[in-house]
Design a protein around this ligand. Structure first.
Ligand code: KG4
Length: 335
């Protein structure tokens, strides 16, 4: 079954053609350079750029897959969660294509598609497994019971892990997207120079909290500026990265122990983090767990993962009516 998949939930306009888990084409038009001017995503600009790019991106995806609308069996689209104006561009475009080409329309939840990035990289991966989903807007620890059935164990109480990286990087003057820059320059081993907190969550065994760490870094940077002192940016970056990874890794391993899941996957933009990947590989090898990491090309937002998840949504009978709407927030267990 060939699927034309469309993704526009944040700052990448993306389209892909997939066939079950195979990626026939994958086109991503990123807006990062433009948002970099403002230090973060400007929603209104994101929507306008999606509107400008979406036709050409879809055409390119079809051309690279050596097909056209007549060779497609269905259209899959990210409908939630994300920036509402950005999502609406993809949803409305997909509705138009599905209606005019007389193809079914498959709604895809953004976080489910990030998990599906692992199905592309690891053809042997099948549920059930445990997944740590870490992106710019979400941090969720979930059991993937089946391709479209999830049992959420915990999530962030405040900021997402990616947001913590982005905001701390921004207050140190690092370029957007901060998580990427912070990871690159955190080359100095963590030391005791800056006693940044390890944020605690007192109830909710598998919940996370990152806002305390973010505030501590902002206070550190602002206090140093007021006193005219220099901060050691690579050391702060290494310490922030260590604290975030400590929390993500500790809770994930504890969840694996408690649930008995021996297969663990990581997904979302932050799954590209070099320390998270390295330490999870070491910890899982020590315990005899199988670890699945998406190929770096599929960690960030892309439409190939939407097409692959779309296939499983289709198999479970999830087809949208022409009245499909976008939603800024939506739990992964919505259906
Ligand atoms: O999944 P994604 O592309 O978009 C969302 O759906 O949110 O994730 C983007 C997030 C940003 O916060 C970005 O800074 C972070 O992923 N990110 C990283 C790395 N690469 C991307 N964070 C830490 N280390 C990285 N190497």
């Amino acid at each position: 079954m060939k699927i034309l998949a469309i993704e526009s939930s944040c700052d990448e306009t993306a389209a892909a053609v997939t066939e079950e888990r195979r990626v026939l084409s994958n086109i991503v038009a990123t807006q990062i350079e433009e948002h970099r001017l403002y230090g973060g995503v400007v929603p209104e600009i994101a929507s306008r750029r999606h509107t400008e790019a979406i036709s050409a991106v879809c055409r390119e995806a079809l051309t690279r897959a050596e097909t056209d609308f007549s060779g497609i069996d269905a259209v899959a689209v990210t409908f939630a969660p994300g920036l509402i104006g950005a999502l609406l561009v993809g949803v409305n475009f997909a509705k138009g294509v599905a209606l005019s080409a007389n193809k079914p329309l498959i709604p895809v939840h953004h976080l489910r598609s990030h998990i599906a990035a692992n199905y592309i990289t690891h053809p042997e991966l099948k549920p059930p497994f445990l997944c740590l989903l870490v992106s710019g807007g979400n941090t969720v620890l979930t059991e993937v019971c089946d391709y479209t059935r999830f049992r959420v164990l915990g999530g962030t109480r405040d900021d997402a892990a990616g947001e913590c990286f982005d905001k701390t990087a921004r207050c140190m003057g690092l370029a957007y997207p901060g998580g990427v820059t912070l990871d690159r320059i955190a080359t100095v081993a963590d030391n005791q120079k800056y006693p940044l907190p390890f944020p605690q969550v007192h109830s909710g065994e598998f919940d996370f909290s990152f806002s305390g760490l973010k505030t501590a870094v902002m206070n550190l940077v602002h206090n140093a500026a007021q006193k005219g002192e220099e901060i050691d940016v690579p050391v702060v970056c290494a310490t922030v990265r260590r604290r975030v990874c400590d929390m993500l890794i500790e809770k994930t391993l504890r969840a694996a122990e408690k649930t008995g899941c021996r297969q663990i996957a990581i997904a979302g933009g932050v799954s590209a983090n070099s320390e998270l990947r390295r330490r999870m590989q070491e910890e899982c090898a020590r315990r005899g767990y199988s670890l699945y990491l998406p190929d770096l090309a599929f960690c960030g937002d892309n439409a190939a993962m939407v097409g692959v998840q779309g296939y499983y949504e289709w198999q479970s009978g999830n087809v949208a009516a022409a009245s499909l709407n976008a939603a800024a927030t939506m739990p992964i267990t919505y259906r």
